[in-house]
Design a protein around this ligand. Structure first.
Ligand code: NAD
Length: 541
């Protein structure tokens, strides 16, 4: 596809590091993996099984398109065994005092610190995100582990004023059971980590079904789990079942031994999980697709806004749930901002994600490249105009595309969809009210950002009539949340919350307890039940 760039002529080229293939061996070697070999994608009870019964899948290097390795996936009997072993491990693990569970998570945090560079290189290799972002992803796991260690001493309930004399009303939290973690390719380590670090201190055990697009990363992480938990009371707390969504994923959704499924993925996945879990009264934490907007007002610091938009729209090659997909510009700065944005896009170096100078790596797969192409064709069919980028970059078999800017109309149906690629729609507005209306007019409700220096504009944006998203920022972009806050979004994004704040409560079961330390049995709401009272008095009991 060739773009009619209008404002600019694209001179993009891919910067492929010629030592890439030599690096591949070293990166895999750090986890005892060999290029082109076949490895097991199933682990339970503290070790990998040698002969999983499912199909064998290929995992590819998105930079070159070459096969990295073959992975034996879980068949139905393996998934059942994994769930049974995780349930057995739960019977032991829930008895361990929470601060001692925290000690295991502290050791995991140390292990991720030690293996940070090795793991970042592997993420970069298999997922295609640039090294700096891959390092950030491992750092996010370290951060959530540290948070979970502190949390392990603070799994507290509360004492509530009782309406009845000589009564105590308390709320307490118990371990929930086996947590199923279904994760997406784009954050193969950090987002599952938001779940398992908290779940573990809460006394739960884990069955992890990672994306089939990043199996080697999950195998490496599972190795770290085994190294740390082997010979401890947490042995067997982590299990792994790699395999297709339709096989392993579906089996977990219907397995009543798993009271909670944490699912990260597209909005379509969320619908499937919701229906399956509702049928068996299971619980779900859903972290689904976004369609995130940045609003830039005329009074904004445009230097801040430009880099926030470039990082938000181009970072991770547009494959973050929080990627900036829509840019809403106040009309007075609309054209000058676009010119600066295009100039900034021209400086983005596309190429080998393992090369420190690269800012944008490949997409995850050939399917993702097709999604980009179809998205752009549909945008143009609906009246959008490509003003920068728009091309697939064919070189050396990798899955590279140009980051793309499109002049769109907010009511184009495709603007309501999450096309998981670096495509940025741009709209002009006259007022903040119009900007808020456009921000909120999509099915998803994950992240949003406003750039302004005006206090009342800020407050309006953050008020109950402002952004309707789970994340609403001011003078900071849509991407790059810290783990201290609760992460998640509204509407089709699923309503789940993970990571910090009180997200830990999602991994426990709440129990409300009434303790009567008096000699009478008063009923709540003043209800009288005379027959029983009379019996008690007559017996003198
Ligand atoms: P995806 O929906 O294709 O797959 C996600 C996971 O679901 C994979 O492990 C997949 O195998 C599994 N799956 C697929 N069908 C299933 C089924 N029927 N039953 C059970 N499991 C099934 O998503 P993806 O392409 O891997 O990731 C990109 C998507 O994830 C984007 O929509 C992105 O916005 C979203 N995402 C959201 C967050 C968040 O926190 N909100 C974070 C990361 C990614």
């Amino acid at each position: 596809m060739t773009a009619d760039t209008g404002l600019t002529h694209s001179e993009t080229s891919i910067q492929l590091n010629h030592s890439h293939n030599a690096n591949v061996r070293g990166v895999l070697d750090a986890f005892g993996l060999k290029a082109g070999s076949t490895v097991s994608g199933v682990a339970y009870g503290g070790g990998f099984t040698s002969a999983p019964t499912g199909e064998t899948l290929e995992t590819h290097d998105p930079t070159t398109g070459e096969v990295l390795a073959y992975v034996k996936t879980a068949g139905h009997p393996d998934v059942s065994r994994v769930a049974a072993e995780a349930a057995k491990a739960f019977e032991r693990w829930r008895l361990v005092p929470p601060p001692q569970r925290g000690e295991i998570v502290r050791r995991l945090s140390d292990a991720f610190r030690r293996r940070k560079e090795d793991l970042a290189l592997l993420i970069s290799l298999e997922n295609g995100k640039i090294l700096s972002e891959a390092r950030g992803e491992v750092q996010e796991v370290i951060d959530i582990c540290d948070l979970a260690v502190g949390q392990s001493r603070q799994l507290f309930g509360r004492v509530i004023a009782s309406e009845r004399r000589d009564h105590q009303l308390i709320e307490q939290w118990h371990p929930l059971g086996v947590v199923g973690i279904i994760s997406a390719f784009n954050f193969p380590v950090a987002v599952p980590g938001w779940g398992w670090a908290l779940a573990l201190v809460c006394g739960d055990t884990i069955v992890w079904k990672p994306s089939s697009l990043t199996p080697l990363v999950s195998i490496a992480v599972q190795q770290i789990f085994h190294e740390v938990t082997g010979g401890t009371e947490a042995e067997g707390a982590f299990s792994l079942a790699i395999g297709r969504g339709g096989v392993v994923g579906e089996a977990l959704l219907s397995d009543t031994r798993l009271p909670l499924i944490q699912a990260t993925g597209s909005c379509g996945l969320g619908e499937r999980v919701s229906v399956a879990l509702a049928k068996r009264s299971g619980r779900a934490i859903l972290e689904l697709g976004g369609n995130n907007a940045v609003v830039v007002m005329a009074d904004a610091d445009l230097n801040l806004a430009i880099w926030a938009v470039v990082f938000g729209a181009v970072g991770t090659a547009g494959q973050r749930c929080t990627t900036t997909r829509r840019l809403i510009l106040h009309r007075p700065i609309h054209e000058p901002f676009l010119e600066r944005l295009i100039a900034a896009y021209r400086t983005v170096r596309i190429g080998d994600p393992l090369d420190e100078k690269t800012l944008m790596g490949p997409l995850i797969s050939l399917d993702a490249v097709s999604e980009y192409e179809h998205g752009l064709a549909e945008i143009q069919r609906q009246g959008g105009e490509i003003i920068y980028g728009g091309k697939v970059l064919v070189d050396g078999g990798g899955y590279f595309v140009e980051p793309t800017i499109v002049r769109s109309k907010a009511d184009m149906p495709i603007c309501r969809e999450e096309v998981f690629a670096p495509i940025l729609h741009v709209f002009a507005v006259d007022t903040l009210e119009e900007a808020i209306e456009i921000n909120n007019a999509v099915p998803q409700g994950l992240s949003s950002a406003l750039f302004t220096t005006n206090l009342s504009t800020t407050e309006r944006w953050l008020s109950s009539t402002g952004s309707d998203c789970g994340i609403a920022n001011v003078n900071a972009g849509t991407s790059g949340a810290e783990i201290g806050g609760a992460f998640g979004g509204e509407k089709a994004t699923g309503g789940g919350r993970q990571a910090g704040s009180d997200a830990w409560k999602g991994y426990m079961r709440r129990q409300t307890c009434t303790i009567n330390y008096g000699e009478d049995l008063p009923f709540a709401q003043g209800v009288r039940f005379e027959a029983e009272q009379a019996t008690r008095k007559r017996d003198g009991s």
